[in-house]
Design a protein around this ligand. Structure first.
Ligand SMILES: [Zn+2]
Length: 293
């Protein structure tokens, strides 16, 4: 398991810290490799990038003689990935965006699919393998890997941390690293999204939005307004799709075309809503601060 490939996405650092403290790990079978901070440079500078301004997650598998970023990717592949049988990469929303805890995985691979369901986050995105990502490089080696997305960059989020710890333990139990009886089985039935899309700003200005993470959205539903500081020239933000909010812009200052609300569409949104209710109950506490305005 690894975190902070994007140096400002620190939620996984806390997930790993908390997980390693658990007494249950005394009964560990196999080896758990924990890399709480992959991009140390980014973490120190509170940024996603490396000092050469590159995004590490676009440079895998890297090369020994390439840029600083490329060399770090190469070291990670050789030292960590080649010694692993399974992987979990921990991320958070970037650029002032907050994410509903969810799993991104290549569910076309049956072994990866099994892990994705085991993690127990209600929403799974069958995410395309982005060129140069760790996930792409790892899956190319035949190693199943999950990406956990939750919370926001530069912040901790208790709900997202707890859900992350629980999910990793559930995956470890599924692959036999922990005895079945030692981790409580989740009653969440994760559902794979049919598609996802971003609702973009129809104008520049100040955004007010009322949609919470996990909220159900109907087609053509108004999900916010954008106006100038005198509240004139108001533009309604309308969702062209139905689904569940899995990501949301936190910064109210937006430009025309900015990605504001990330919506995942499902065949049965009601089932996902119910699953999210169970998830809240199971993890405990509030999923995210509710938006104001
Ligand atoms: Zn990230």
């Amino acid at each position: 398991m690894c975190a902070a490939i994007h140096g400002d996405e620190i939620i996984g650092v806390e997930i790993i810290r908390r997980l390693l403290k658990l007494k249950i790990l005394r009964h560990l079978r196999g080896t758990l490799i924990a890399v709480p901070v992959v991009n140390v440079y980014g973490l120190i500078n509170h940024t996603r990038y490396l000092p050469d301004r590159r995004d590490l997650n676009r440079f895998f598998p890297g090369s020994q003689k390439g840029s600083l970023t490329s060399r770090l990717a190469d070291i990670f592949m050789k030292e960590i990935v080649s010694n692993s049988t399974h992987g979990i990469d921990l991320h958070a929303g970037s650029h002032h965006r907050i994410n509903l805890p969810h799993i991104r995985a290549c569910v076309d691979n049956p072994e990866t699919e099994k892990l994705a369901y085991a993690f127990g986050a209600p929403v799974i995105l069958n995410a395309d393998l982005r060129d140069g990502s760790l996930r792409q490089a790892v899956e190319a080696e035949g190693i199943p890997m999950l990406l956990y997305e939750a919370g926001e960059a530069l912040r901790f989020d208790e709900f997202a941390v707890r859900a992350g710890v629980k999910g990793i333990l559930a995956v470890m139990r599924t692959i036999g690293m922990l005895k079945s009886g030692t981790v409580k089985r989740s009653r969440i039935q994760p559902i794979v999204a049919k598609s996802t899309s971003w609702v973009r700003a129809p104008a520049s200005g100040i955004l007010r939005t009322q949609v919470p993470l996990g909220g159900k959205i109907a087609v053509n539903q108004k999900i916010g307004e954008i106006a100038d500081p005198f509240d004139e020239h108001e533009s309604a933000v309308i969702s062209p799709v139905a689904g569940i909010v899995i990501g949301r812009m936190d910064l109210p200052l937006v430009h025309n075309g900015d990605a504001l609300i990330h919506i995942a569409s499902f065949d049965d949104s009601v089932a996902v809503s119910e699953s999210l209710d169970d998830f809240r109950e199971e993890i405990g506490g509030s999923m995210s601060p509710q938006p104001e305005g």
